[in-house]
Design a protein around this ligand. Structure first.
Ligand code: SAH
Ligand code: F3S
Length: 440
């Protein structure tokens, strides 16, 4: 039996794609392994969103190509976003690579591997494919012999926005949505094998489908999935702030399974930079969305993404970002240094910010975020919250791990019988990343 090792870089979409590939190959008789040393096939599912992600995968492949000199039979492949943008160039840069498969062609992997077993001739496929949004549908339901409690369901691919810093529209192509009944059916099947919480996934989920009759297709989809019997919790990521119309805000009131958490990528607090990024909202309109959500669901958890050092960002612009972060008080924030991506408009802007300044702003903002998050977490001590127990804590297998509805990770004591159950937990201790609690 041939063994496959898949290493995943980047976002949850990539995690989900890797899982679907793993399930597809397992169904074809491959065995999944978490050790690259005994694998017959090594696949790197790559990310291109920042230069560092590119470099990581390239370095990894360079060391694997080295290993291949000792084990020439091993198949080395690049999948995902970097495969999509660099294509055949990867073969030239890294001899030893057998396979380059782009973001719309994952599901052809079994047949490409068959071809490679028959004859070693490198294969590059970065074509577009109609209907590929429905190809990411296979799941691995068993992790280390344990049944899954949570699952990601891909609802769309691609993004039609043109944020000037972002490579995603180039790597993932234009928006393509799966039909509602197909998604509902996938959720039904997951629930029938014990999944309790589903996260709907896409690069810009709030643009799912098309607007009809005043209610967005996305809200219709949420409602349809919400009605699946046995499903306990529903989440989605990533939305775009401009997608938080009144109907979506109302959904937070109407749909009890919809968890009170929203990831609202703000990117910057400066109107001038928002405009240069072509984000399509202002600081004010963003803050109004935050207010509406907090009114609709008091205590809602809010997360964000922020970029420091976008071209032309002045001290004043940066101060506006600091002020916004202070004002909102996010529960979770991912902070990035601007990284120019070839072919995106911002990469060609004249006034790029120096590395030193980016690093300095990154440090200052990270400190502020960490302080805020630690303070907010400390405020939760003493509260009793609903936790969905996912299984053993990966960091401390003697304990259990679960999540609150507001997306906070909680570590608690208890037996395996609690896996997959919603339990009330009293928070006893907190740090910046984790809450600790006990069953009440
Ligand atoms: N809506 C998408 C965005 C993907 S990129 C999603 O979440 O699926 C994720 C985050 O990476 C963005 O929100 C942005 O904050 C950051 N990012 C994207 N391009 C970047 C770049 N060129 N440099 C630095 N950060 C970037
Ligand atoms: Fe990228 Fe903007 Fe779309 S950040 S994924 S172009 S919404």
């Amino acid at each position: 039996m041939k063994k496959v090792f898949i290493k995943t870089y980047g976002c949850q979409m990539n995690e989900r794609d890797s899982e679907a590939v793993a399930a597809l190959l397992a169904a074809r008789g491959y065995r999944l392994t978490d050790s690259e040393t005994d694998a017959d096939v090594i696949l790197l599912n790559t990310c291109s969103v920042r230069d560092r992600a590119d470099q990581k995968a390239l370095n990894k492949m360079a060391s694997l190509a080295h290993l291949k000199r000792k084990r020439p039979a091993v198949v080395l492949g690049f999948l995902g976003c970097m495969a999509q943008v660099r294509g055949v160039g990867l073969l030239q840069d890294l001899p030893g690579v057998d396979l380059v498969v782009g973001t719309q062609r994952f599901h052809h992997l079994p047949e490409y591997l068959d071809r490679l077993w028959a004859a070693r001739q490198p294969i590059v496929d970065v074509a577009a494919e109609a209907g590929s949004e429905s190809a990411v549908k296979d799941h691995v339901l068993d992790v280390n012999g344990n049944q899954r409690v949570t699952a990601f369901v891909s609802i769309m691919q691609g993004c039609n926005m043109q944020c000037t810093f972002c490579i995603v529209p180039a790597t993932r192509g234009p928006e393509r949505s799966r039909p509602i009944p197909e998604i509902v059916e996938e959720v039904r099947q997951l629930v029938s094998v014990g999944v309790k919480e589903v996260t709907l996934l896409g690069q810009i989920v709030t643009s799912y489908g098309r607007m009809t009759g005043g209610k967005s297709e996305f809200v219709k989809l949420l409602t349809a999935v919400h009605d699946v019997p046995g499903l306990e919790r529903l989440r989605f990521t990533s939305p775009h702030p401009k997608g938080f119309g009144d109907d979506l805000v109302q959904a937070y009131r109407d749909l009890p399974k919809l968890c009170e958490y929203a990831h609202l990528p703000v990117q910057t607090g400066s109107d001038r930079i928002l405009k240069a990024m072509k984000r399509g909202y202002t600081r004010d309109s963003y803050l109004r969305i935050v207010e509406k959500l907090r009114t609709a669901r008091p205590g809602i958890g809010l997360g964000t993404d922020i970029i420091v050092g976008f071209p032309g960002e002045t001290d004043e612009d940066f101060a506006a970002t600091l002020a916004l972060v202070q004002e909102v008080g996010f529960d979770q924030a991912y902070l990035f240094k601007y990284s120019p991506r070839r072919g995106t408009p911002a990469a060609d802007l004249p006034n790029q910010v120096s590395r030193e300044v980016k690093e300095q702003r990154h440090r200052i903002l990270l400190n502020l975020i960490n302080e805020n998050v630690a303070r907010k977490n400390a405020q939760r001590v003493g509260a009793t919250v609903e936790v969905l127990v996912e299984g053993r804590s990966p960091k401390n297998p003697a304990r259990l791990f679960g999540r609150t509805r507001t997306n906070h990770g909680v570590v608690l004591a208890g037996g395996d019988d609690l896996r997959g159950r919603l339990v009330p937990v009293r928070i006893t201790r907190a740090n910046r990343t984790t809450l600790y609690g006990e069953l009440t």
